[in-house]
Design a protein around this ligand. Sequence first.
Ligand code: FES
Ligand SMILES: [Zn+2]
Length: 131
Amino acid sequence: MAKFEKHIFICGNQRPPGHPRGCCDPGGRAELQKLFKQKLAERGLKTTVRANQSGCLDQCEHGPNLVVYPDAVWYGGVTLADVDEIIDCHIVGGKPVERLMMKDSCINTPNCEHKPPAPDRNPDRNVVGTH
Ligand code: FES
Ligand SMILES: [Zn+2]
């Protein structure tokens, strides 16, 4: 069987309402991941592109987030309405959807305009049910 050419990791992390970092899947239904999976299958891409639900990608303030590898392209604020465009333009067409790409200044940085001050970002609060 052929290897997957791309992986789409879609954050499905859930946190309690009001959590300062927010979360990518407040309803816990993995709707984004399921829709990617369905649309990839419809396009006959099931064996070459894999849409995986992931845990927290640690870019929570920009969510809902996903990342496409091996391209290392990060998307933030992704909605169900964006799925077709990401698949058709990026996954199939090779051209990332710029309007949804996370800024380099936002990725893996302790401070950006979207993040609360450091004391609120206690790693112990990353898991559902811990306050
Ligand atoms: S909850 Fe999605 S990146 Fe952290
Ligand atoms: Zn940011």
